[in-house]
Design a protein around this ligand. Structure first.
Ligand SMILES: Nc1nc2c(ncn2[C@@H]2O[C@H](COP(=O)(O)OP(=O)(O)OP(=O)(O)O)[C@@H](O)[C@H]2O)c(=O)[nH]1
Length: 371
């Protein structure tokens, strides 16, 4: 029997990882394998997400899932299947693929539906898209990646309605979502009657024919891009007489237009523990002045009061989540690290801003420019 795959998508900071963590803690989902794609090479999720010890989890940190999907996700799927059949990993009866927040789901969907080796082993049960009630509508209007993730969904799961701003925005957001994805069901993950099991396991199979016309067009464009890519790779092998994998380079050539070219990811490293008040003020200032361009910030921060207990920071646009203090550092590196995904923000200027406000030496390392 083919293993059902649930594609979990949603814009940066919508709440994908939180929902996945909630699901993986639930014993009803103990037979679940997960493929997580982190954006950028210096991601922090592997330090921040708790995995159960023998859970089959594959983390792909090679960049943006939609840009590397044709090689990496295919390899990850086949490897998981092979290792589980060989008894090296527990058998699993469902697979969840979490995309990055900037991923266009179409290449993943196409790979699952059209790659013969993948499709013989896995069946796409459906696409679940997470939408943040607080930022959702503004994000949908500003980012075509977010609009595509919604349009292709079978199920739209809304988060952050426990916050006043989220609750207030809910009716207008639902109306917008119903227009953008007329065939999708919508559920509020914070409603008392929300059923996670039904949300994930109730999907009966992805049917491209029920999607809006533009979604069908994207999927067709994807099929065309993949065929063209395979033909180019084939020709290349013949002309050079060797078969190493050039998929990555070709894929980026196809993907030039997938992301806005002003979006960048970088990691800021601060070399001394920070004064908590100065750091909090710097974050608030940043959120107030650059909110819509701070697409996502995740960090592990050493503070002067408790240097052995790092603080986890999450920001999504102007929303600063309450910081969480950890019992211990999750690895040997005890420097503060903040991963930013931003629009139109110069990493060097941001490093200088933090250095000024906190007095710590700050370095910015560019992870990726999404062009
Ligand atoms: N109040 C509230 N916060 C939430 C909810 N869901 C997620 N969050 C918070 O939103 C922030 C982002 O959540 P994540 O689960 O990391 O979001 P994500 O979509 O995985 O983010 P990326 O991987 O960066 O795209 C975190 O600080 C979460 O704690 C929710 O329903 N309510």
């Amino acid at each position: 029997m083919r293993i059902p795959v649930i594609l979990l998508t949603g814009f940066l900071g919508a709440g994908k990882t939180s929902l996945l963590s909630r699901l993986l803690r639930d014993p009803r989902f103990s037979d679940t394998a997960v493929i997580i794609n982190e954006f950028g090479e210096v991601g922090l999720d592997h330090l921040l997400v708790e995995h159960l010890p023998d859970e089959p989890v594959v983390e792909m940190t090679s960049g943006c899932l939609c840009c590397t999907v044709r090689g990496d996700v295919r390899r990850a799927l086949l490897m998981l299947h092979h290792r589980s059949e060989a008894g090296e990993l527990p058998l699993f009866s469902r697979l969840i693929i979490e995309t990055t927040g900037l991923a266009d789901p179409a290449p993943v969907v196409h790979t699952l539906l059209a790659d013969p080796r993948v499709a013989a082993r896995f069946a796409l049960a459906g696409v679940v898209t997470i939408v943040d009630a607080v930022n959702g509508q503004a994000t949908l209007a500003a980012h075509r990646e977010a609009a595509r993730q919604v349009a292709i969904a079978d199920r739209l799961l809304i988060t952050k309605t426990d916050l006043d701003a989220g609750r207030d925005a809910l009716p207008a957001l639902c109306a917008d979502l119903a227009r953008r994805a007329p065939g999708a069901t919508i559920a509020d993950t914070r409603a008392p009657d929300f059923d996670l099991r039904q949300a994930v396991d109730g999907l009966t199979g992805f049917d491209a024919g029920t999607r809006p016309a533009d979604v069908v067009a994207w999927l067709n464009a994807e099929a065309y891009a993949q065929n063209a890519h395979q033909a180019a790779a084939h020709e290349h092998d013949h002309s050079h007489g060797h078969g190493h994998d050039h998929a990555h380079h070709h894929d980026h050539a196809h993907d030039v237009n997938r992301h806005s070219d002003d979006i960048r990811a970088f990691c800021l490293t601060l070399d001394q523990p920070l004064d908590p008040a100065a750091f909090a003020f710097a974050l608030e200032l940043l959120a107030a002045h650059q909110g819509p361009d701070l697409l996502r910030v995740k960090g592990l921060v050493a503070i002067t009061d408790y240097p052995d207990h790092p603080v986890v920071i999450h920001m999504v646009q102007h929303l600063i989540e309450p910081p969480v203090r950890l019992d211990a550092w999750p690895g040997a590196d005890r420097r503060s690290r903040l991963v930013f995904i931003t629009r139109n923000i110069d990493p060097a200027r941001l490093a200088a801003f933090f250095a000024d406000w906190t007095g710590a030496g700050a370095d910015a390392e560019l992870i990726s420019r999404l062009t």
